[in-house]
Design a protein. Sequence first.
Length: 256
Amino acid sequence: MAVKPLTKASRAALLKRWRAAEAAGDGRTLRELRDEYSAALPRLALSRDPRTGEVAERAFDAFDLDGPFWDYADPARPSIEPRPASVLAFTGALHLNGAPPATTFLAKPGPGAPFVVPRLLELPGVTAVISRVGVGPHDGYPVFYFADPLPSGLVRFNDWGADRSWRPTADGGWGWERNAEDFEVLDFDLLPWVRAGKLAWIAPGDTSLRVQSSVDGFPYAGVDGPHGFQRVHLAQVSAPELSDAQKAIGPVSLLP
């Protein structure tokens, strides 16, 4: 039987049960609620492969940051879900509009301004597409990296808001890996990447997901927000930024 996607009301009811089970230390109920929540996450069309036109969908909690989808260390989301085979990475930023909700877990929804990862975009055959999605009252900026072909032996980037990324394995299954995204070099100056043909975009609110490549009208330049990875916990926000020496460490793989 098909699972009904979460609505604002059904999500609020589920999270109320979640908090009660958490307060009671009821691990069994928490596991059951986690499965129920993950299965009912709405699938949102967030991007499109600029080469093939294939739509990139993800199970996604766009209601707010208090859903366990955004639990950085233990994200409640499907590990295996349909996606274009060309997806190399799925990153994102979140510009907070006002105070975030109180969470008992650590949420790490990215910097406060959209960014690209140069070491990925500089690879031959890799392009990225940026778009916008609301996350409650906040502005989310998903960036999908598409590759043809997918490079092998590469340290990927953690999925947006998670401490890991899921990837296909050589035997046709699925596995996961982690990297320390805090030590990555990020670039918040996006227009040069658009000019170079490496970054395309979808206009905010465009449900047709039309991929554009023109510098004219590019809507994601100059977004204000911290450049460090934001940490949200108990309605408090911090965004520590690393020194140049720390960033020079480069991509660090934290394989399971």
